[in-house]
Design a protein around this ligand. Structure first.
Ligand SMILES: C[S@@+](CC[C@H](N)C(=O)[O-])C[C@H]1O[C@@H](n2cnc3c(N)ncnc32)[C@H](O)[C@@H]1O
Length: 279
């Protein structure tokens, strides 16, 4: 039995390497996709976009992330070459929602726990880290993605031309103080890794990884067991046309599990949902 288990461990190790091979070896491209000027141009256009409903939401919560800080972070972590329009308003939603959550619960909070699926380049994790830091509160952000944290890759972003292939750790170097203080990066498929974690409470979560009905419900089912009245889950891409699975899952969650949902519309049919547990 012991021999069999040792053998299985070796097989598992090899399978694991194989499963992540495509993510560890230049998942975006083997060379820079475009030039520095193009990324700057996209950045300027994206930073000028107006989001009336998102602005309104910020006002309702009473908290608004600093624009310059957000735009600087976006340049390294959001401005990529892709078909759909660039939109990083989720950073604003996360910051305002988390700060409001903290202000509501401050007297009961010691070590706030945040769980995120879909780290990508680290943008959303850092917006949440800034909310913790600006609120002067201790906490941990546990973030999952199939992408590696310590492998040098081209990220399809402005650093590709200046710094060549770099790790996510290097990409986020300008925000090292926030990364070191709050964020724990974990490489892995959420439907394999989430069930292995041992957390008492998940105060706040952001689900932005796999965009299917099954995956979102799977992630939710793990998270909700660790949430209490008032705790929050934010969902990105609540869009019937592009992501019907997310819409179906979020609607079910709010109908069956007592999560009150607030839908915030952005431009280009992109919407976010802030779901608050009510029992
Ligand atoms: C839309 S991006 C996340 C964007 C990020 N939250 C941000 O603000 O920049 C989705 C990410 O989820 C990751 N992902 C997709 N399916 C996943 C899964 N099953 N488990 C873990 N990560 C996944 C992808 O690799 C990708 O980086």
């Amino acid at each position: 039995m012991r021999l069999f288990s040792t053998l299985l461990k070796h097989v598992l190790y090899r399978l694991d390497n194989l499963a992540y091979k495509k993510w560890n070896n230049q998942p975006f491209s083997i060379k820079p996709i475009s030039n520095k000027e193009k990324y700057y141009d996209l950045w300027t256009k994206a930073s000028l976009k107006n989001n009336p409903e998102v602005n309104q939401y910020e006002e309702t919560t009473g908290y608004k992330i600093e624009n310059d800080w957000l735009n600087n972070l976006a340049l390294r972590t959001q401005i990529v070459i892709k078909k759909s329009e660039l939109n990083y308003a989720h950073g604003k939603i996360l910051y305002s929602s988390l700060r409001e959550y903290i202000s509501r619960n401050k007297t009961n909070l010691e070590n706030l726990v945040i769980l995120e699926t879909g780290t990508a380049r680290g943008f959303s994790s850092l917006c949440m880290a800034k909310a913790l830091n600006d609120s002067n509160i201790s906490g941990s952000i546990l973030t999952f993605d199939v992408l590696p944290h310590t492998k040098k890759i081209y990220w399809n972003c402005i650093t590709d031309h200046i710094e060549g292939p770099i790790t996510r750790q290097e990409l986020l170097e300008p925000w090292k103080y926030l990364v070191d203080k709050y964020i724990i990066f974990h490489q892995g498929y959420s439907n394999i890794e989430l069930k292995k974690i041992g957390l008492q409470r998940i105060n706040f979560a952001f689900l932005d990884g796999a965009h299917t009905y099954e995956d979102v419900l799977f992630e939710f089912n793990i998270i909700e067991k660790h949430q209490e009245d008032g705790d929050i889950i934010v969902f990105d891409d609540y869009n019937e046309k592009l992501f019907p699975g997310i819409v179906k899952a979020v609607n079910e969650i709010s109908n069956k599990f007592g999560y009150e949902k607030k839908i915030i519309k952005s431009f280009n049919d992109r919407s976010y949902v802030v779901a608050r547990r009510t029992c």
